[in-house]
Design a protein around this ligand. Structure first.
Ligand SMILES: Cc1ncc(COP(=O)(O)O)c(C=O)c1O
Length: 397
């Protein structure tokens, strides 16, 4: 059978496949510590579950409007206005099956062969593949650990060509945990305005911020910026609702309408029950994410502190999201029984086999010098897991 060329351009999501391997090993009875998955270990809040139960009991189990129910689109518009001062009409809001699906709809509606999309690197694994799936070309913009992975205007401009169509902004960032301050966002916005670029702003970790930081949406920098920005967000991370699959996009009407049309011919509406649950989440205020962040903050410090004690490993304190992104280049050149450790992928493989610790190697995020570990897991697992990593690394010759 001859498959479409585009199917051969991409690989399965590495984070999902490593998590699946770790889960399969756990199911076989192995005591694997999972630092690979990308979801809060908290349960979905009770009022959200109650709203879903009420929806089922009330028979709210049929198709809904393909773009999402009005109640949810209005709740999203109100949230964006209350928190970021952004004004969207309901027709500018599209609810999809997770933020990943919102991003995919956007890539389908916006991109075609010849288009280029600038992606600051390290980057979340799906950006590159979604661009490739839609016949366009990802252009990586390297950012650096030493200055907190900042995006500099000049470096950004050097990446632009007449074919550049869009830039992706992901603050707080998965995997680095970096956040962009106002000056960085203004720099990006200014370039986007001058070069007529669409800004794709993935704000899925906006509520997971530490040390009193406040989220700034790039769209809030002015009406001219909002007019070229698509804000992508969802309830997965902030409300521990990864399995419910509700994400959304808000932006210019023409683009959102095109995305809505694509959705109406592909998935139709996101799950009716999950939509009611998402209304409860968004209307429920920030008490739940704030509580989660207090816990994540403790675990963040614990994990980073312990990782920094391992010889050959250095780890910055992430400012947002729930990942540590240690630099492990100091270990390269050492040897395991299975062979030399020359890159993050070798080390991740070694740690899974030798220490029964699942981590994601940095390569699919754009860095062969880093590992990504989630601290959205118990303090006890963090201590045991990092201790095991240390013991395994000390065995390397
Ligand atoms: C940066 C980033 N964007 C989007 C998503 C997708 O979120 P959702 O579960 O809403 O599809 C993730 C999930 O890991 C993510 O890390």
């Amino acid at each position: 059978m001859k498959l479409a060329t585009r199917a051969g351009r991409i690989v399965p999501s590495p984070t999902l496949s490593i998590t699946a391997t770790a889960k399969a090993m756990i199911a076989q009875g192995l005591d694997v510590i999972d630092f690979a998955s990308g979801e809060p270990d908290f349960d979905t809040p009770e009022p959200v579950k109650a709203a879903a139960e009420a929806a089922i009991r009330a028979g709210f189990t049929k198709y809904t409007a393909s773009s999402g129910i009005d109640e949810l689109r209005l709740a999203i518009a109100e949230k964006l206005q209350a928190e970021q001062g952004l004004r969207y009409d309901k027709s500018q809001v599209l609810v999809s099956c997770g933020a990943k699906h919102s991003l995919y709809n956007l890539a389908e509606a916006l991109l075609e062969a010849g288009d280029e999309v600038v992606i600051p690197s390290p980057f979340w694994v799906s950006y590159q593949d979604q661009v490739l799936l839609n016949d366009a070309t990802p252009v990586l913009l390297p950012t650096h650990e030493a200055d907190g992975y900042a995006v500099h205007q000049q470096a950004l401009e050097e990446r632009l060509t007449p074919r550049t169509k869009a830039i992706i902004v992901n603050s707080p960032c998965n995997p680095t945990g970096a956040t962009y301050d106002r000056a960085i966002l203004e720099g990006i916005a200014e370039v986007a305005l001058r070069h007529d670029l669409v800004i794709i702003s993935d704000e899925i970790y906006e509520k997971i911020l530490y040390d009193g930081a406040r989220h700034i949406s790039i769209a809030s920098l002015g009406p001219d910026v909002a007019a070229r920005t698509v804000v992508v967000n969802g309830v997965s991370k902030a409300y521990a609702m990864t399995g419910w699959r509700i994400g959304y996009a808000a932006g210019p009407k023409e683009l959102i309408t095109a995305m809505a049309n694509i959705q109406s011919q592909s998935t139709s509406n996101p799950c009716s029950i999950s939509q009611k649950a998402a209304v409860a989440a968004l209307r429920g205020g920030d008490a739940f994410p704030r509580h989660m962040v207090v816990e994540f903050d403790r675990r963040r410090r614990l994990m980073v502190e312990r990782l920094n004690k391992i010889p050959g490993v250095t780890c910055r304190m992430p400012a947002g999201a729930f990942y540590a992104f240690p630099n492990v280049a100091g270990v390269f050149g050492k040897r395991a029984a299975q062979g030399p450790i020359t890159a993050a992928a070798d080390l991740a493989d070694y740690l899974l086999k030798e220490a029964l610790v699942a981590v994601v190697p940095g390569e699919p995020f754009g860095s062969a010098a880093h590992l990504r570990l989630t601290y959205a897991t118990s303090a006890e697992a963090i201590v045991r897991g990092v201790d095991r990593m240390q013991a395994a690394l000390e065995k390397l010759a």
